[in-house]
Design a protein around this ligand. Structure first.
Ligand SMILES: Nc1ncnc2c1ncn2[C@@H]1O[C@H](COP(=O)(O)OP(=O)(O)OP(=O)(O)O)[C@@H](O)[C@H]1O
Length: 419
């Protein structure tokens, strides 16, 4: 039967799929054009199905991840059904993104789901689900420490049964489509439903490791069993469903969930390399650069690039979250120096309330506000201690503004050297 994993050698099926790629995209474009109501919607749909790359997703340093997603997840999802039938494949129903914290898994899942389907995705936090059910079952578990009267035993049994039933119902309800948002953009009934399972290991921990001992463990086991059952029944649903599991610990996840046909595609989202870090920094500094708030003229694209490369060289081992944090810290230092100006202005307390608002602009000197090399240097120092990897030592405390990538870039000296 088409769509059953293992019907055809996956490599061969993929090679065939690649051959049909152009035709598939064209066919989908055609469908989008045919179905769209007005011109705007047409062009939106066309863009949605026709493009999936790092730029469209607004993520940096994840080109290889995006390419794998495009090939294994996106192409089969947007290919025409007759073509999939000929190839004997069905789109995957489970994608697992795993890797260290802060490297962009949630960001990627959010952006990808927005690009894949007009239907709002369902976001689920693993610990939240488990706390609700396992927490209560563990509270009831304490009944076990009571003297083994028939009353306490039956209370424990009922509580466990209740928690298991609730947890299973809760997992089943995940697969139901969320109600259409009132006043939102209409979408077809069979639009893809994306379910993002954050901290997936909390829901999907390996059953064999736990031995199924106490009440909480039995609830956890029943959640995994329910998840397996729901995934196996996903093909019967009216709309296609894609589960995206996010985890820092793939090794903790039950192996039955990780097999082909369930979470079939595993992609590691790891720390970015120097080029990736420059891309991520560009995303997070682009706005201040374009607004002329960086201490580099907004037109000096080459200087900006050199500045980003210099910073990227000095931030080995940083995650995307840490790079974004560094840009925020630099901006906060810039604000801080401006607000100091405001506090030290001797006229400030004397101003009448009506004039304060107008005066604020003067005190903050909004027009002159720039994020300087020193601000980035201090931002780098701030974020450094949270970084556990790398330690190429960017930003030794003695480095002066003259040594910074920004000042080197401004002097036309190119990227700063790795320290
Ligand atoms: N590749 C990236 N490109 C651009 N920004 C990034 C990237 N990676 C991380 N960030 C920034 O860091 C923030 C946090 O990243 P995100 O929550 O996606 O990490 P995560 O891998 O899901 O972490 P965790 O495993 O701790 O949940 C993002 O909202 C974004 O601002």
């Amino acid at each position: 039967m088409p769509g059953e994993p293992g019907d055809e050698d996956p490599e061969r099926a993929l090679a065939k799929a690649a051959t049909f790629h152009a035709a598939a995209v064209e066919a989908v474009k055609g469908t989008a054009n045919g179905e769209a109501g007005d011109g705007q919607q047409q062009s939106d749909q066309r863009r949605r199905v026709a493009r999936l790359d790092s730029e469209a997703l607004q993520v940096g340093g994840l080109d290889h991840v995006v390419e794998a997603i495009r090939r294994r997840v996106w192409l089969p999802l947007c290919a025409p059904q007759p073509l999939l039938d000929d190839l004997g494949i069905a789109p995957v129903i489970g994608l697992l993104l795993h890797g260290p914290p802060g490297c962009g898994k949630s960001l990627l899942a959010r952006r990808l789901s927005a690009l894949l389907s007009p239907r709002p995705p369902s976001f689920v936090s693993g610990p939240e689900i488990m706390d609700r059910f396992v927490g209560s079952s563990e509270r009831h578990k304490r009944c076990r420490s009571l003297p083994p009267t028939s009353a306490s035993q039956s209370r424990t049994f009922c509580a466990l049964l209740h928690c298991r039933t609730n947890a299973q119902a809760n997992i089943r309800s995940l697969f139901k489509y969320p109600p259409r948002p009132l006043g939102g953009t209409p979408y077809p009934d069979d639009a893809l439903h994306v379910i993002v399972l954050d901290e997936f290991d909390a829901i999907a921990g390996s059953r064999s490791d736990r031995g199924g001992g106490d009440a909480g463990e039995r609830v956890r086991d029943s959640v995994v069993n329910q998840l397996l059952a729901c995934m196996d029944g996903v093909q019967e649903l009216d709309a296609r469903t894609l589960l995206i599991g996010l985890t820092n610990r793939r090794d903790l996840i039950d192996r039955a969930l990780l097999r082909p046909g369930r979470f079939e595609v595993h992609i590691e989202v790891s720390h970015p390399d120097a080029r990736g870090r420059a891309d991520i920094l560009r995303i997070h500094c682009q706005r201040m650069f374009a607004a002329g708030r960086l201490d580099i003229p907004a037109t000096a694209e080459a200087e900006f690039t050199a500045f980003l490369q210099g910073l990227a060289e000095r931030t080995e081992g940083f995650s995307g979250a840490e790079l974004a944090g560094m840009a925020r810290a630099a901006a906060a230092y810039a604000l801080d120096s401006l607000s100091t100006l405001a506090l030290t202005d001797p006229c400030a307390p004397l101003l009448a309330a009506a004039r304060r608002r107008a005066a604020l602009g003067r005190y903050w000197d909004v027009d002159a506000a720039r994020v300087t090399a020193d601000d980035f240097e201090r931002g780098l120092q701030d974020v450094m201690p949270t970084t556990t990897l790398g330690g190429s030592g960017g930003g030794s405390s003695s480095s002066s503004a003259e040594d910074t990538p920004l000042s080197k870039a401004r002097a036309g000296a190119g990227p700063a050297a790795v320290q």
